[in-house]
Write a new protein. Structure first.
Length: 158
């Protein structure tokens, strides 16, 4: 079921994701990634409790720091993207734990790059979601793209 999704809320989460990723690297604090992974999981499972969503709805938007950007969209591909982000962070943390710091930080930078690409309008998590939908998987993957005029994973037009 398509609905109006505020893409400004999603963009704020992307900004915070990039900031936390860079902060973890600059300060050599993988613990920041534990926080990020937790936020990803909360956002994927129950979006209204996401710290990024709460900051947007109760601080950023009321203060007029960002304007709403509602588009006809499905929220499920974005939730799936958050789940993929959580898996990515867990993988990086596991590599840190095993002593593979270079590979772990490389994965964090890949996460940063994919988040930046998503911020610019194409979401790898959404793309994967719709590819799985095309394969006919049931359950979670039940929503077709809302805008057939854009490439899979691309932000729907207004």
């Amino acid at each position: 079921m398509s609905m109006q999704v505020d893409h400004a809320e999603i963009k704020l989460g992307q900004i915070f994701t990039m900031l936390l990723s860079v902060a973890a690297f600059v300060f050599a604090k993988p613990a920041y990634l534990i926080v990020l992974g937790g936020i990803f999981l909360v956002t994927a499972v129950y979006r209204p409790l996401s710290p990024f969503v709460l900051i947007y709805r109760y601080a950023v938007k009321p203060l007029g720091l960002m304007r709403s950007d509602y588009r006809l969209d499905n929220i499920q591909p974005h939730a799936f993207g958050q789940f993929i982000g959580a898996i990515t962070v867990m993988l990086a943390l596991a590599l840190f734990y095993m002593g593979y710091y270079t590979v772990g930080w490389t994965i964090v930078w890949v996460l940063f790059a994919l988040t930046l690409i998503s911020y610019l309008g194409w979401c790898v998590g959404c793309f994967l979601y719709y590819q799985l939908y095309r394969l006919g998987l049931q359950g979670f993957f039940r929503h077709a793209p809302t805008d057939s005029s854009v490439r899979l994973g691309q932000r729907p037009r207004k």
